[in-house]
Design a protein. Structure first.
Length: 522
């Protein structure tokens, strides 16, 4: 059991939080049937249900409430009403079958304060800006386009293996390098820039500022007390204002420097395929050129620096590493499958994916076991609604997770396999969202995590670290909290599976030459 970690209880309940602007009071709809009162804990004046909430791990409180109040729960946190959904069927009803109503986003001044108002994930549903951003992303990242990125993903995964071989004590750094390297190549055709400390630190700092600013507790405080963002930066206690200023400056810097890099390369016909170049080349000269150019710049910036591609991929790989250390029998089964299907004379590639169902099940279980965005991004209704007699006022926002899996604290890939070893239909796509708000980059993210996991398992094994006496050091899993969560630093040993493994061995297996670099730690 991982009682100290922020287990999101994917198997116990599908949690969805609906955050609204303003208090939900007594709304009424023209409906012939009487409307039921939403069940939930009785709120206190002003504070609402804050005192009964585990603010560090609120999903645990919501799970406890389920046993008392059922599958749909109303509560209030300060001035923010929330609705918790504890049923996959309800979540599907709302987010998929009624997605035209439940695909909006809450309007929050905090997004603009932390340079995220141009992030597709936070935009209002259906407006012209949202449609343009989504069209640009879909053109480049739809499922049919994903194979064009496989070579770059595989190359980045191979470089990650070199880094782990030469410096096995800094897994998190190497996972971050892998992610940054690939996404730089994908978006800006400059994967070599990962060697540039300045760019990487600017990007990671910007992403960290967004993550902190959009953490649920921080957003709640700023929305409840807006003056916190109006204080002068020099004023004592103006922490949020100073963080906002830093975030806006960092975002503008990162957005411009890499976009201009691509434009300069395009002017000399020296750029390879990448999102920015492809999107600009598709532009038709018309009145909307400036709008499209701005949108390309914004989409590229968020695709690279946003919390979703950078922080989530790194966090997911750390969750995978932790799971392998704590579940050696799972790791052994994966090694056996890879050796049987791929052999030891080469490394896996994307062509092997259909023949590796157990590795696929490990990927899905990694997504399920400790999802790195326990709240997702709040949804909001575009109109009032009645569901099973319950009135859901306009403005309610929600996230969710399904109730499907027994013993949720156990890491058990077999839950995604039939008795004959074939995969079930549950692809865990829910970690990328629902309905019309599903992440447009989900196919790229899924492929990036899979190729990193399968190559790691093919070449390495992960174990508990040992003390000076050679005794295994116990791991007590702990997780950060906030907009995203990730395992806190834990000791481990990453050991090559081949007894004579060396850089020369890897060069033979990957085809990469001796110029493969080990990137700086960040």
């Amino acid at each position: 059991m991982l009682d100290d970690g922020p287990v999101f209880y994917l198997a116990i309940s599908a949690l969805a939080i609906f955050t609204v602007l303003g208090c939900c009071q007594k709304y009424r709809l023209s409906h012939s049937q009487p409307q039921l009162t939403l069940p939930g804990p009785k709120p206190l004046p002003v504070l609402g249900n804050m005192l009964s909430l585990d603010t560090a791990r609120p999903w645990l409180t919501f799970s406890d409430w389920r046993s008392t109040y059922g599958n749909i729960i109303y509560a209030r946190l300060l001035n923010k009403p929330i609705l918790v959904i504890n049923s996959e069927e309800i979540a599907k009803d709302l987010f998929e079958r009624r997605s035209n109503i439940y695909s909006d986003r809450t309007q929050s001044f905090v997004y603009e304060a932390f340079a995220s108002d141009f992030n597709l994930a936070f935009m209002q549903y259906g407006d012209s800006r949202w449609r343009l951003h989504r069209r640009l992303l879909h053109q480049s990242f739809n499922q049919a386009e994903i194979p064009t990125y496989h070579a770059a993903q595989l190359r980045s995964a191979h470089r990650m293996l070199f880094s782990l071989l030469q410096d096995p004590g800094n897994c998190e750094s190497h996972f971050r390098t892998y992610t940054v390297s690939f996404v730089l190549s994908l978006i800006y055709d400059c994967g070599d820039k990962v060697k540039d400390d300045h760019i990487v630190h600017a990007v990671t700092s910007y992403a960290a500022l967004i993550e902190d600013g959009l953490a649920p507790t921080a957003m709640m405080l700023m929305e409840t007390f807006p003056f916190l963002l109006q204080l002068p930066s020099w004023f004592p206690g103006a922490t949020f204002k100073r963080a906002s200023t830093k975030c806006i400056q960092a975002g503008q810097h990162v957005k411009e420097i890499l976009f201009q890099h691509v434009k300069e390369k395009m002017s000399t016909s020296d750029t390879g395929p990448c999102f920015v170049a492809d999107a600009l080349n598709r532009m038709h000269f018309s009145k909307e050129d400036d709008a499209i150019k701005t949108a390309v710049k914004e989409v590229a910036s968020i695709a690279f620096t946003g919390v979703l591609p950078l922080i989530q991929t790194v966090s997911t790989l750390l969750v995978f590493l932790l799971a392998m250390i704590l579940n050696p029998e799972v790791q052994a089964k994966a090694h056996e499958e890879i050796d049987r299907v791929v052999g030891k004379d080469r490394l896996p590639d994307f062509n092997d994916r259909p023949a590796l169902p157990y590795v696929e099940a490990i990927l899905r279980e990694t997504f399920r076991w400790h999802p790195v965005t326990p709240f997702g991004v709040p949804h909001a209704t575009t109109t009032s609604d009645v569901y099973n007699g319950y009135f859901i006022p306009k403005g309610l926002a929600m996230t969710h997770d399904p109730k499907k899996y027994p013993n949720p604290d156990e890491f058990k890939p077999e839950r995604f396999l039939h008795e004959d070893g074939s995969l079930t239909s549950d692809t865990m796509s829910i970690v990328f969202g629902w309905g019309r708000r599903i992440c447009p980059g989900r196919h790229v993210a899924d492929a990036s995590v899979w190729i990193a996991i399968v190559n790691f398992l093919a070449f390495f094994s992960a174990h508990k670290a040992r003390d000076e006496r050679g005794v295994d050091i116990p791991i007590v899993p702990k997780f950060s909290t906030g907009f995203t969560i990730h395992p806190e630093t834990f000791p481990c040993r990453v050991v090559p599976r081949l007894p004579d493994a060396s850089a020369k061995t890897l060069m033979h297996l990957t085809g990469l030459g001796p110029s493969v670099y080990i990137t700086p730690k960040f």
